[in-house]
Design a protein around this ligand. Structure first.
Ligand code: ME8
Length: 514
């Protein structure tokens, strides 16, 4: 079992059968913000992402392109890895399921499930969707006007019959329900938990976990005619990356971890994966948290509608931290969310340019002009000053409580709420008017405001690492004093600290002319 100070967080591993879109970027950014938040809390964090490279979909796409599946995976996995870098994600590892370490790990997991008596050879027939890489019951499918049978999400299914190994999932229903009951935090948000519980209550069937109709996958141990079902293979990535099956190695102490996923893959993570782990005698994940879908102006993105957004372009246009902030603030984490260029522009201007950017530049430029460019002395505090500092010192509690529940949007709202409060304080104290009448009082107001800027910048690092870092540079906060232990009294600004020349960190967004 991991000790309390370890925090292991994962993104889903992405299918590299096409280019990444904004939904992939969203998962990456949210997971990164959670990883960074926990690092700043002083936790020992391990953050994993990667690509899910086997399965029929990869094989078919490669055939269409006239290349090998591995060549396709090599090419597109590099694009996903590049996206993580471009988004400034702080992942410690990047796993590819075609790696040797992974083959060994999945085969070891298979053997353990087999030794536990949970795998048997049988025959399988069912409606298979290549796009979802999953079988569907006849009752779940419908035949459209075009005569094509489809699964609930709309992809075509075909009848597939083959010899297959099965996992005795039917034996795990009660164990899973008991586990969900005893660990209410295991699945989030509540809607997803309810969905999973009712799915398991409706009765679990054994799961077909091998294929013989194609060969792009991890071979089943001792029966190389079969390759493993891609989801057995994919889910295991989370423990491969911690060195499984070598449970003596140092990384293993990070298990169990937290899986951030999209709501489309909750069943795999909250039903199949824990059942495999119980069977193999391994601890279950701490938490599986599913975020919602990103919609383009309220509509589902699809290639045929032509509204799929390329995250590289979006970042190029609006700026990286701006997009990170927008996605984390605008979308209630766990719910579906919508985005549009207008909404992004509005957020940038209201919260960033007119909000934190304006507060920082007004206060710091006054310090530059009137206080020799140094943090001024803080004189006796008025009730307003005390209230302002108390609000700044207290906001971490709200942020922490929100982040522990993965309510990232609420954490962001609390930080920006503090900025608004500081704006009101600054405007109310009118330091510019005090310059002539009471320079000491002006110094105190500027000190208090700069101290709020410091704390806001520290708190914004998980969402906007580069911009928050620039703000902290402007007020000369050493790298070693940027974690949450330095919030509040512990890290108060020191009078006489020379500041950098003020520079704008959050420019206004101006939409290009049509
Ligand atoms: O499902 N909005 O990979 P994947 C928000 N390989 N998030 C979205 C999204 C959207 N419109 N579309 C996709 C797979 N995502 C498997 C996972 S894990 C062991 C294997 C996000 O590339 C969402 O988080 O199709 C989804 O779970 C993830 O991208 C991976 O999608």
């Amino acid at each position: 079992m991991s000790d309390n100070n370890k925090f292991y967080i994962t993104t889903p591993i992405f299918y590299p059968n096409g280019a990444p879109h904004i939904g992939h970027a969203y998962t990456m950014i949210a997971s990164d913000a959670l990883a960074r938040f926990n690092r700043l809390e002083g936790k020992d964090v391990r953050f994993l992402s990667g690509t899910d490279e086997h399965g029929q979909k990869m094989q078919q796409t490669a055939e269409k392109e006239g290349i090998t599946p591995l060549a396709l995976a090599d090419r597109n996995s590099a694009v996903f890895r590049g996206l993580l870098a471009q988004l400034n994600c702080s992942n410690d590892d990047f796993i590819r399921t075609t790696e040797d370490r992974h083959r060994k790990s999945v085969q070891a997991l298979w053997r353990r499930m087999q030794e536990n008596g949970d795998i048997y050879l049988g025959k399988y027939g069912g409606w298979y969707s290549v796009r979802q890489e999953a079988y569907f019951d006849e009752g779940e499918t419908t035949v459209g006007e075009d005569g094509v049978r489809r699964e609930p999400l709309g992809s075509p299914v075909e009848w597939v019959e083959e010899e297959s190994y099965f996992f005795k999932l039917s034996a795990y229903g009660d164990k899973l329900l008991e586990y969900y009951d005893n660990h209410p935090e295991f699945i989030g948000p509540a809607e997803r938990r309810n969905e999973v519980v009712s799915f398991v209550k409706s009765g679990l069937k054994d799961l077909s976990i091998s294929r013989t109709t194609f060969d792009w996958g991890v071979p089943v141990p001792d029966d190389p005619d079969h390759v493993m079902y891609v989801w057995v293979d994919a889910l295991t990535n989370y423990i491969t990356a911690l060195g499984f099956p070598d449970e003596e190695n140092a990384l293993w102490s990070y298990w169990p971890g937290v899986h951030i996923i999209g709501k489309d893959i909750i069943r795999f993570h909250a039903v199949y994966w824990p059942a495999f782990l119980i069977s193999a005698g391994l601890p279950l994940p701490q938490r599986v948290y599913a975020h919602g879908f990103l919609l383009n102006k309220g509509e589902k993105m699809s290639k045929s509608v032509g509204n799929v957004v390329d995250p590289f372009n979006l970042v190029e246009h609006f700026g990286l931290d701006q997009i990170r902030y927008f996605l984390l603030r605008e979308v209630s984490f766990g719910q579906d969310g919508s985005y549009s260029d207008e909404a992004i522009g509005t957020r940038i201007n209201s919260d960033l340019a007119n909000g934190i950017g304006n507060l920082a530049s007004r206060s710091l430029s006054m310090i530059a002009r009137n206080c020799d460019g140094q943090i001024p002395e803080c004189g006796p505090l008025t009730a307003e000053d005390e209230a302002m500092l108390a609000a700044a010192d207290g906001v971490i509690e709200t942020v922490r409580e929100a982040m522990e529940k993965f309510a990232i949007h609420r954490a962001m709202a609390a930080i920006i709420g503090l900025v608004s409060e500081a704006d009101r304080y600054f405007a109310g104290q009118e330091p510019w008017a005090l310059r002539k009448t009471d320079p000491e009082r002006m110094a105190t107001v500027l000190y208090v405001t700069a101290e709020v800027v410091r704390q806001v910048a520290i708190l914004l690092q998980p969402a906007m690492p580069t911009s928050a870092g620039k703000l902290l540079d402007l007020i000369s906060i050493p790298q070693t004093q940027r974690d949450f232990a330095h919030l509040g009294q512990a890290g108060r600004l020191k009078a006489g600290t020379p500041l950098e020349k003020p520079a704008p960190v959050f420019p206004r967004y101006v939409a290009p002319e049509e």
